[in-house]
Design a binder for this molecule. Sequence first.
Ligand code: ADP
Ligand code: MG
Length: 247
Amino acid sequence: MSSNAMVLAVEDLSVSFDGFKAVDGLNLYVEQNELRVVIGPNGAGKTTLLDLICGRTRASAGSIKFKDQELTRLPEHQRVRLGIGRKFQTPSIYEGLSVFENLEISYPRGRTVFGSLFFRRDAAVIERVREVAGLVGLGDRIADAAELLSHGQKQWLEIGMLLMQDPELLMLDEPVAGMSVSEREQTARLLTRISANRSVIVIEHDMEFVKRIAHRVTVLHQGKVIAEGSMAHVQADPKVIEVYLGH
Ligand code: ADP
Ligand code: MG
């Protein structure tokens, strides 16, 4: 992992809401094919950090470089096009559409060509939908309406919708909240598989889950990184125990 290229470099990043610094001079470096977990107490600035990276929130100061390209002034849709995918806490799937249709509409626009090439391109979309459905464990639910899926399966479908865009950086905010034990285990395996081909940033509170998936862990507190490293390293850090793990 250590010899891999840097995909994301966040430096001196800050954002203020009415004078309150939710993210305060933060640095974060994520490598290719790395699965990074961000932890920290409520209000630490975790979700705001993802908002800043995906462009939902504008930074007050600092730099966000994605593969050496500065993102801070780019609108959200351009960051998506560059290869940044973001899953929010509440799933945004189309309940009335099938699993197939949900994945199909997530295929990047502009890659489907109408006219003489239509049939061939259409076959490519179908193949990609099948591939992604299998990857997220919904291969046998492809024809079912999304509303028939369990809570965990709906989360996987949304991850699949993001994977249709083949992002190089995928960010997920508390993906296992509300999931059963077995769904959590399947999600851990899914995220591990996904990070073989892309970088992943996960915000999570479930420490057992974090232990299973994280390559490295970053601990946020009051908008700053207070510790970073292996799970064992951050778990043994007195500051981390005091502000987070001790509770
Ligand atoms: P976390 O995800 O770590 O729980 P958040 O990033 O959601 O924390 O929030 C960090 C801090 O910033 C909190 O104190 C929150 O109330 C504040 N905050 C987040 N977004 C906004 C906003 N749009 N306007 C004002 N305050 C905000
Ligand atoms: Mg949050």
